[in-house]
Every structure is written in C-alpha cells, then in structure tokens.
Design a protein around this ligand. Structure first.
Ligand SMILES: [Zn+2]
Length: 214
C-alpha cells in the first residue's frame, strides 16, 4: 500500500509567508514553547542594546527544594517572606529572569527577551558592564554547585538554539563568570561541555573558565 503523505509535508513551502518561521516561535520577545507568567520586574533595554549574551543561573526556593511555586512568586514580588527562615535573606528583593527551567524540563518565561530582566546585578563581561542591558537570563531550578537534570539540558538546548536563531548571541556565560567573587551559580555541577556539544558551538562562545569542563 502506498503511504499517504501528511498534509503539512505536501504543502509547498513557497506558499508560506516569508516571516512565518521566525514569527511562529517568537512574538515580541515571547517564546511560543514556554508557559508565560509575566513578571513586573523588568524595564526597557537601552537603545544601543545588542542582545548577544545568554547568562545561566540557578535558583531554588527554599534552597534545595524543587517543584513548588516559590521561585515564580519571588520573581513577581509575591513570595510570603514569613513562610521560611531563608526568605529573610532575600526579603524585598525585586528580581527576575527571562526564563526559568524546572527540574523536569518545564519552561517558563517571565520577561520578553526584547525587554531588560533583572538577573545579573553588578556585572561585567566581554568588556561591558551592567550585563542586564545586553543579555538574556535563564534560571535553572537547582543549587549552586549541584548537578542538573537531563530534562533541563534538553529544554535549555532547544531554548538556546532558538534564541541563537532569533538574536545575535555570541556568548554564553554563567552568573559566576559575569560577577566573579560575588556569585557562584550555576557552579561546578553545570556541564558546559554538554551544552556546547548539544548546540554545536566552538570554544569562543564560552567563558575561558568553562571551556573543556565536564
Ligand atoms: Zn544568578
């Protein structure tokens, strides 16, 4: 029996409007394959912003506890500061990231990539300070120095690949690399080589300290 061709494959690509591919994945900086929960913690990027840096972080609230609503609440100034003793340390902080990837690979977006999220703080990379201006921040649910889940690498790889098609990304770095001495995330448990291979990137995309690390 002759196999029947699926309708989408038989559709001539010439029939697609030219901007369809990009627009199908990104709408004003919002990624189609993420669940959206808009944070109030963001601002406009400077006019001269060149979005060429992806910054990786990790977070869990309370630290080491996974799967709860606390991180998303924290990024929207809705965390109950009384709920856990640790929350005293972060009380009143107004921060955000563009993305949050849970242990099971679930992807959340909080800020449009066209806007400036508040994840980097005092920072410097590739000769520029204030990395929030030019970067996209991705938080992995986890602990500084601990390992991450295969599902998180899968989601991170797909997300970075799509970001690199849509923005002029030239560098990937950890918070620890853009704020050395002040920040330690994602730390030694993050496998940079795995991400590098997944994306097929050469060494120049990575910080010196992350090259060749497994
Ligand atoms: Zn961080």
């Amino acid at each position: 029996m002759r196999p029947t061709r699926m309708t989408p494959l038989s559709r001539p690509t010439e029939a697609l409007p030219k901007r369809d591919l990009g627009d199908a994945l990104w709408q004003q900086g919002w990624y189609r394959f993420a669940a959206h929960q808009a944070s109030v913690n963001f601002g406009s990027r400077p006019q001269q912003a060149h979005i060429d840096l992806i910054v990786l972080h990790c977070i869990s609230l309370p630290p080491g506890q996974y799967g709860g609503p606390e991180v998303l609440q924290f990024f929207n100034n809705q965390l109950d500061w009384q709920a856990h003793p640790y929350f005293d340390h972060i009380k009143g902080m107004q921060v955000s990231a563009h993305f949050f990837i849970r242990r099971n690979g679930e992807l959340w977006q909080l800020v449009s990539c066209d806007d400036r999220a508040w994840h980097a703080g005092a920072s410097c990379y590739a000769g520029r300070t204030n990395c929030n201006d030019n970067s996209i921040g991705i938080e992995l649910e986890g602990l500084d120095g601990d390992v991450f889940e295969a599902a998180q690498y899968d989601t991170l790889g797909s997300l970075c690949a799509s970001l690199m098609q849509h923005y002029p990304v030239a560098h990937l770095a950890g918070h620890e690399h853009i704020a050395p001495g002040r920040k330690a995330d994602p730390g030694a448990g993050f496998d940079w080589l795995r991400l590098q291979k997944n994306l097929g990137l050469d060494d120049r995309y990575l910080p010196l300290a992350a090259r060749g690390k497994t």
